[in-house]
Ligand binder design. Sequence first.
Ligand code: 13P
Length: 336
Amino acid sequence: MSIEQLQEIAQAMVAPGKGIIAIDESSNTIKKRFDAVGVENTEENRRQYREMLLTTPGLSDHISGAILYDETIRQSTRDGVPFTRVMMDAGMLPGIKVDKGPVPLAGFPGEVVTEGLDGLRQRLAEYVQLGARFAKWRAVITIGEDIPSSACIEANCHALARYAALCQEAGLVPMVEPEVLMDGDHDIEVCYDVTEATLRSLFASLYEQDVMLEGTILKASMVLPGKSCPEQASVEEVATETLRCLKSAVPAALTGIVFLSGGQTDEQATAHLDAMNRRGTQPWPLSFSYGRAMQQAALKLWAQDMQGNFAAAQKIVAQRARENGLAALGRWSKGV
Ligand code: 13P
């Protein structure tokens, strides 16, 4: 696939007023989400839940694509239509999570490195056959006493760059995700410094591995104080610091940036994205790739009566998509 074709896919992912729904929870992570609302974690329940999300009427008005998990990309609707077909027919791009999750980084207590490079070329080829157009890899950076180490940042960014190069070789747009976790009591300045150092290391690694930024999407965490920091930040402060950080570390050649929600409330995630887009044009489109902030309200309602609440839960998904789509344009306001 040529760089122009990759660029076309990347541009479609961040088309004006559109973003991504992340539904790529591993079977372990979805178990945590299902446990919290009393749903049994069976393959059929996961299938029904993802069918509810993906067949939401009008979803593609504000959603350009969805990140799927290995199990989900092979599943179909109750009527036997593959999820990837449902998505393509509605004009949404199928994406796939391809990392194998974080494991402890040897020699660096409290830090993790994401695995999954072994055999990745073969797995990517299969996902292309299954209809994937982009792929995601998540690296996790933890803030704590004396961490992150530069060894952790560099190991994770090197892996992200190796994965991104393999994606482009296979004809998939890489969505590179270095998530700086919100856990901890650090203040917003510490988050700024760690995020900036991580992004600088990431783009140095991408350059080293010859990854074409024109066919790449960054999935970024926002610059926020830690969840247990006594001093929380205003929406405007988060927007200012996040934009300052991105501008200092992300090359303008990159096609687009989407944010993860990372444990923010639905309203915070939407308000922060909206505030950034209200500041006017940036070097790249800024949109969303939310998991929890797209799903949590709908999951809660669906869990109460599953099939019985199928359509009502879809209305909530559509509403969250609409609100985040407006935020991607800087046109959201509370209660729209
Ligand atoms: P959250 O928006 O729930 O953080 O999930 C996004 C995601 O894909 C994390 O990898």
